[in-house]
Design a binder for this molecule. Structure first.
Ligand code: URA
Length: 268
């Protein structure tokens, strides 16, 4: 049998890219195969019974290992609540250490557009292009979003755009429910501070997270919901995520109906 030549570095990188591995998570490689040969961990001993934790908002310190999700969620709520302005919120998010996604992303993707806009669009999470540029919806689906909003006379100076998750999940994987819950107080505060007349949730994850529904996008799209900020009720409309429309262009017809409904409310 003739032995296959060892793959070149270029071929290996191409293999990784095709498998969705397009970013490194640490400076040094970790040999996972060596871990298999490591001696087994000692048996776990039951931890001593702890006194119940007081229900206060704990502080997550920079440099600590990722906190337990309930601690991180409480910390995110407390942090977001105190932001008096969008700029303050952005700074608080920059220094928030409770979401592990921050450590694998290149940068925070806070928002784009006009904070005074009457309409706010919210997607799921940044992808590779957004992670590089630090702005939401600048890749392929962003180009389609620009065309969609352009069709009803809007652009990034008359609309505000953000995501539920402000840090790119590695390899564009789906954010975990814990990551979503940790980031939720921040986008809720962002919506409260922008205070738009119309909120458009793009795709299922954004719709389900922000509008508290378990129904799928096929049922929710085109239906008006009430979004309560605590101060005010905002009209919210779910529609298809542009990335979905790129994969399933036949649904653009329904997206167009949603856009016309949005234009009508803005004009009315
Ligand atoms: N998809 C999203 O949900 N948000 C972005 O910013 C880009 C792609």
């Amino acid at each position: 049998m003739i032995a296959e030549p060892a793959p070149t570095v270029r071929e290996l990188l191409a293999f990784y890219l095709e498998a969705g591995v397009d970013c490194a998570l640490a400076e040094e490689p970790i040999d996972r195969l060596a871990e298999l040969d490591a001696p087994p961990a000692p048996p776990r001993v039951a931890p001593p019974v702890e006194a119940p934790r007081p229900i206060t908002a704990p502080t997550v310190m920079r440099g600590e290992v990722a906190p337990a999700p309930d601690v991180a969620i409480a910390s995110a709520r407390e942090t977001a609540r105190t932001a008096p302005t969008l700029e303050a919120l952005r700074e608080l998010m920059q220094s928030f250490e409770g979401c592990a996604l921050k450590h694998t992303a290149t940068r925070l993707v806070f928002a784009d557009g006009n904070p005074q806009a009457r309409i706010m669009f919210v997607g799921e999470a940044p992808g590779r292009d957004e992670d590089i540029e630090g702005l939401p919806f600048v890749g392929r689906s962003g180009k389609l979003l620009d065309l969609m909003i352009g069709a009803i006379g809007l652009n990034r100076s008359t609309a505000y755009i953000a995501n539920v998750i402000p840090w790119r999940p590695p390899g564009n994987r789906t954010p975990t429910p814990q990551e979503t819950q940790i980031c939720l107080p921040f986008i809720q505060r962002q919506i409260e501070l922008v205070n738009p007349d119309v909120l458009v949730t793009l795709g299922n994850p954004s719709t389900q997270t922000l509008l508290g529904t378990r129904e799928g996008i096929m049922r929710t799209r085109g239906r008006w919901f009430d979004y309560e900020t605590g101060q005010r009720t905002i009209r919210a409309l779910p529609t298809f995520h542009p990335a979905y429309l790129l994969r399933s262009p036949s649904y653009k017809r329904l997206a167009w109906q949603d856009l016309r409904a949005i234009a009508k409310v803005l004009a009315g």
